[in-house]
Write a protein that binds this ligand. Sequence first.
Ligand SMILES: [Ca+2]
Length: 251
Amino acid sequence: MDRRTCGPVCPARFVKALPVAAAVCLLFWSLPSPAPGGQSYLSATFNDKTIDKPIGTGGPALGEPNWVDEEIEAIVRATPFETPSLEIRNLTSAGNMGFELDDAVSEGIVAVIIDLWLYKDNPCTTWLDLYNSGWNLLAKVEFESNNTFSIHDADGVVVSGAPFAAGRPLPLLMVLDFDADTYSIWIDAVQQVSERFLNITSPNFRRIIFYAGWDCPEGNHFSIDQVRIIDHEPQVPVEVPTWGRLRALFR
Ligand SMILES: [Ca+2]
């Protein structure tokens, strides 16, 4: 066989390529693995739900909330996301709906991931809260009517007046590290806060609650999709270099 024309399977080329292949293999083997998350506590994609029907309240096992207040409705819609999502709208006054884990998570790192869709110049305040097993607030992300958001925790306001993008998917990622007693919140690919849990007697996570229509006439609405709660092994530091790296870890 002519060594100049034998192609990529040429024995001589194969032998020459071996050290390169070995080096590449060694490189990828030695990189931190973009491992899948560990245990999944919740995966609510709404993709298997009936469009234009109220979501059930079967809890995380069914990818559904555990409750929906009667003051609001939570309807599976074909829009505004590319796949079915959940539209939350208040009917008469303010209300909320929530996901509750069967058991609280109190060690390791847990990530809460949500795609949120808010509307511009919404006259209402919309927010989401993370609670521990004893209904102590871990963190609150509040979206105001003037298109800004704030973040509170048990120790007070940690972010205030930051602008958010309306009318498109707004990714939220909240990383709770119960080994280091810290939490980190990313909104729209930017780390907004990285703090210690303060004034929390029992740092653990059990609930995420969405609120609609506070101090607001009926009809306030927003949408959520891809609501996931997962842990991760091996653990990653809260301070992660890039948004892309973080999302890859919790994909
Ligand atoms: Ca979906």
